[in-house]
Design a protein around this ligand. Sequence first.
Ligand SMILES: [Zn+2]
Length: 169
Amino acid sequence: MNYCRRCGATLTAETNGPYTCKNSHVLYANPAPTVGLFLLDEQKNVLLTIRAQEPHKGMLDCIGGFVEEGETFEQALERETKEETGLSAQEYSELTYLTSAPSKYPFNSEYRSVLSNFYVATIKNDASPKANDDVAELIWKRPEDINIDDVGGADDVRAGLSKLLEVLT
Ligand SMILES: [Zn+2]
């Protein structure tokens, strides 16, 4: 953050501290919560996505996105999964928490701090996910065929996927 969003004055910040301006406005750079889901089939193949939009367009990603005001992580993930794959919560098992990871998300030529919360669930046999919304493509990958570098610069997704592979292999 460069400018105070209350008065427009230049902001200064202590290391890891809040930002302040000359008019004594204090701004905390809290991360925005985001959610990610790794859907598995019974053979432990992982359903991943290819991003249709910037940032990180064309890179490997997982189902998920920003939590909206008033939502729980679980509700946000249910909504995002429906938007991106067409799957309803009845088409996969209960969500199991995996890990969390911070990242900086490029947004309107600045960076937005996010804190991503990753979950795992198993897809039901008769469910057929279809790419939608900001997902260009859905792909099933065997854990041993997943290359973390295909994720690109999204540090949170890299960390989430690394943790998943640790658990699966
Ligand atoms: Zn100010």
